[in-house]
Write a new protein. Structure first.
Length: 319
């Protein structure tokens, strides 16, 4: 009988209970193909970011026996250089060739251990600036749900931990097994797109701004074919002056901002209505469904129908 693949989860203090449990839930549903153990950096109980602690059965020595090590995230308000560095020391117990995976802020631990130097990686979108400041040697990609770089995998926040664990099951045992595991976990076997579709981009609310009135007018008239000259005229400025002022106040060009607003409005309509894609496109000022598909895919990496499935899904069945 083939020995089960051993997954060891290294639980840090301040760990998020949901993410801590993801490896057990996903790999535990893989029909005995995996054995999942949990350890802490010192063998002691682990404080969670909730109102309870967790007793673990193992210290870092068990990492020597792991085929795969997973580092779940810990409370982001407590992230300091000392915290991931202390956890990184525990990773020294790993045997050469061990596959290692991080979820969300767990990437800080891998980076502190030098395991991400010169490699592609990701983490939660809200931690990107801090991660880049601390670890500029890492090729960070903030737009994806996870990065598979062979023996090192990193994933974004929360549910992307499910994505990367299902990806590992698929890589180890094929799509049929991964799909069965996904059904048991009531999770999609594969999610389209990346983190961009989960990030909101609020409109600046500086009402005294020289271009704020034009921006408000645009939001009320997105369904019309607006031009840069229209916006400049509404602000009683030349196109050149308006463009300069707009960039100063908003931090991007008027054209880019206009597309962003149209995409944002389209996302809202896809989430909240049953309008056909062409009708959504017309209501937000795109030339047609093809244009909407192109801009939505460029912005968040998914099609309108895939986005709608993600954020609306099928209606609940009753009776």
């Amino acid at each position: 009988m083939t020995t089960a693949h051993r997954v060891v989860v290294l639980a840090p203090d301040g760990v998020y209970p949901f993410e801590l449990g993801i490896p057990h839930r996903v790999f535990g549903a893989a029909f005995g193909r995996y054995e999942v153990l949990t350890c802490s950096a010192d063998g002691r109980a682990v404080r969670t970011n909730a109102d309870f602690s967790i007793t673990v059965e193992h210290g870092p020595e068990v990492l020597r026996t792991a085929d795969t090590v997973i580092v779940p995230p810990f409370e982001t308000s407590e992230i300091s250089r000392a915290a991931p560095t202390a956890l990184a020391h525990a990773l020294r117990f790993m045997s050469p060739g061990t596959r290692i995976v991080s979820i969300c802020s767990g990437a800080f631990v891998l980076a502190a251990a030098g395991l991400l130097d010169g490699r592609p990686a990701t983490t939660h979108w809200c931690l990107v600036d801090l991660f880049r400041e601390w670890y500029p040697q890492v090729a960070l990609d903030p737009d994806v749900l996870f990065v598979d770089d062979g023996d090192v995998l990193t994933s974004a926040g929360a549910a992307s931990g499910i994505d990367v664990c299902l990806h590992l099951v698929r890589a180890d045992h094929g799509s049929e097994i991964a799909n069965q595991v996904a059904r048991i976990c009531v999770a999609p076997p594969w999610r389209d797109g990346g983190q961009a579709q989960y990030i909101e981009h609020p409109v600046p609310q500086n009402t005294s701004s020289g271009t704020s009135a034009a921006r408000q007018w645009v939001l009320e008239n997105l369904h019309h074919p607006l031009t840069l000259a229209d916006l400049a005229s509404h602000s009683h400025m030349s196109v050149r002056t308006f463009t300069r002022r707009f960039n100063e106040e908003v931090g991007m060009s008027p054209g880019r901002w206009l597309i962003q607003q149209r995409v944002g409005r389209a996302r809202h309509l896809l989430e909240s209505t049953d309008l056909a894609v062409d009708e959504v496109a017309a209501r937000v000022g795109f030339a047609g469904g093809t244009s909407l598909r192109e801009h939505l895919n460029a912005a968040i990496g998914v099609s309108p129908l895939a986005y709608r499935r993600t954020f609306r899904g099928a209606p609940a069945q009753t009776g």
